[in-house]
Design a protein around this ligand. Structure first.
Ligand SMILES: CC(C)(COP(=O)(O)OP(=O)(O)OC[C@H]1O[C@@H](n2cnc3c(N)ncnc32)[C@H](O)[C@@H]1OP(=O)(O)O)[C@@H](O)C(=O)NCCC(=O)NCCS
Length: 138
């Protein structure tokens, strides 16, 4: 089984959306086709996919603004085959090549061991997650 890691392309959108949905990471306002286009227009390697025999089986976003890795998701049919690890390594390589020295991730409690095994350190929680819905200015 050969796993190919490559930058996202427009034609991948429906498959990426489906994986994010299956993994509970799809956010309708943020993960639109247009939003992914905007991301890759600004930085062609900011969205990375894993494919097996031309089927997209995983995705990750490596965002240089904020030096953050998000949206790591693997098709459940293909879990525990090392795809998540390969995607994380690819995302880290992208950020590193852009001169970023430290990457951040926000993970659920259960995933801490997975990321610790890849060298991430849990930081004391000095931050509280807050959001605000902004009014459209158009
Ligand atoms: C996390 C995730 C990307 C891992 O993908 P994967 O391809 O199965 O990962 P790998 O095969 O590289 O690594 C598997 C290891 O991670 C562990 N792991 C995978 N998912 C886990 C979870 N939800 N909780 C705890 N450990 C998990 C496995 O037990 C395995 O450990 P082992 O190597 O000691 O046996 C995948 O489970 C997923 O899409 N999860 C849902 C989405 C999510 O939570 N994303 C991260 C938040 S942004």
């Amino acid at each position: 089984m050969s796993i190919n890691i490559r930058p996202y392309q427009k034609v991948d959108y429906e498959q990426v959306k489906s994986i994010l949905e299956q993994r509970g990471l799809y956010e309708p306002r943020r993960d639109t086709f247009q939003e992914l286009e905007r991301k890759v227009d600004r930085d062609s390697k900011s969205v990375i996919v894993a494919e097996i025999q031309e089927k997209v089986v995983g995705v990750v976003y490596a965002l240089k603004d904020g030096a953050i890795i998000t949206h790591l998701a693997v098709d459940p049919t293909y879990k525990n085959k090392g795809i998540g690890t390969l995607l994380m390594q690819a995302a880290e390589r992208e950020l590193s090549e852009k001169g970023i020295l430290e990457a951040s991730i926000m993970v659920t409690e259960g995933l801490v061991p997975f990321h610790e095994s890849q060298g991430y350190l849990q930081q004391p929680s000095k931050y509280v997650w807050m959001t605000k819905r902004l009014k459209h200015q158009r």
